[in-house]
Design a protein around this ligand. Structure first.
Ligand code: KG4
Ligand code: ZN
Length: 353
């Protein structure tokens, strides 16, 4: 009798040629428990997301142990709802794709173990998906005709990078942050201004009411490279706020939000255009939670138009963590015959860019 892995190795190879492929995706790397069903990498049949934001709000950020426990509580219901919404029977699932990293280890292990049991029970391939490839793939769900090659600006809570995406699930690094990720900087600035977690959306909202004229940083030392640095601006904002507090002066929160946001959005946008020119590519794709930022969207739109670059951004609901993007990436892993995993798959806190 064949072992599980021998059976699925053959199935995985056969899926490469199969006309319609249904992938079930699972995401649990941080504070969202999500299960999704995707057909052929681009059609979302269901995408159920159970967010723990309300639970972590009172701590001002995600508490890893609390996140893991809540994933355990949520995952079975989220799975059942995703199957129901997709209107399929579980026998129609061709493969199970799961985020194995990057993320919080305890949180990742909940999704990975659920995925392993499911793949074993259904006798279908288990595909280990990088969260980064997932964020990029959110764009294939939104823009069905989009194809590599393109430049990707990856902006999330854990990563900030410019990637040259040469093919599906194949990219090389053009530039990255040398310190904080941009989402992390948004969240820290929000925290010093007493805005609730997650800070990014709140800074975005309040920035619309501010003038944005405060110059926190005069020169960017990394101007001639495709690398980013956000710890300097973050520290400058924190010091500015503490200074005003010590002097008992009024803190103009919208103005600080707008000034901080203007700086980071300009950095991200200008370097993205520079990367497209350097890579000689005229398509720019944005991925990750910070792609939900309204000023980033508007500023990139203007700059791309001026430079004859086509801009692609995910639908708002696909910008932040969700399993749809993982199932979509899983489909492309199948087509490229990558990521097939055995039942010893585990979580990884970091994955290479
Ligand atoms: O991709 P994501 O959901 O999780 C990670 O993989 O890290 O990104 C979460 C990050 C958080 O830092 C959050 O504050 C930020 O995305 N974010 C935003 C906005 N919406 C979410 N940052 C700025 N403006 C937004 N509208
Ligand atoms: Zn993410």
């Amino acid at each position: 009798m064949n072992t599980y892995f021998e059976t699925v190795q053959k199935k995985f190879a056969d899926l490469k040629q199969k006309k319609d492929v249904i992938v079930l995706g699972i995401e649990s790397s941080c504070d969202e428990t999500s299960v999704s069903v995707v057909k052929n990498g681009t059609t979302l049949l269901s995408n159920v997301i159970s967010s723990q934001i309300e639970i972590h709000k009172r701590f001002g950020g995600v508490v890893p142990e609390v996140a893991s426990r809540n994933h355990i509580i949520a995952i079975e219901n989220v799975f059942n709802e995703a199957i129901k919404d997709a209107n399929i029977s579980i026998d129609e699932i061709d493969a199970v794709a799961v985020t194995y990293g990057a993320g919080l280890i305890g949180a990742l292990l909940v999704g990975v173990n659920f995925a392993k049991s499911l793949a074993f029970n259904l006798g279908v391939p288990l595909i280990a998906v990088s969260h980064i490839e997932g964020h990029i793939s959110a764009n294939y769900l939104t823009h069905k005709a989009l194809q590599p090659p393109f430049v990707c600006l990856l902006v999330s809570g854990g990563h900030t990078a410019l990637l040259q995406v040469d093919d599906y699930v194949e990219h090389k690094l053009l530039g990255t942050t040398i310190d904080d990720a941009v989402g992390e900087a948004f969240d820290k600035v929000a925290r010093v201004l007493n805005l609730s977690y997650p800070g990014g959306p709140n800074v975005d909202k309040l920035a619309k009411l501010g003038e944005g004229k405060i110059e926190f940083i005069k020169h960017n030392v990394l101007n001639n490279t495709l690398n980013f640095s956000f710890s300097g601006i973050k520290t400058a904002v924190v010091n500015y706020v503490h200074n005003l507090e010590q002097k008992g002066k009024e803190i103009n929160v919208p103005d600080i939000c707008a000034s901080f946001q203007n700086y980071v959005v300009k950095e991200l946008s200008e370097k993205s255009i520079q990367a497209c020119k350097q890579a000689k590519l005229d398509k720019l794709v944005v991925a990750g939670g910070v792609s939900a930022n309204s000023f980033l969207k508007q500023h990139l739109k203007d700059l791309c138009e001026k430079n004859n670059i086509q801009l692609f951004m995910p639908d708002l609901k696909l910008c932040t963590d969700n399993a749809g993007m993982i199932a979509s990436a899983g489909y492309y892993y199948i087509k490229k015959q990558k990521g097939l995993s055995n039942l010893d798959l585990t979580g990884q806190a970091t994955v290479g860019l």
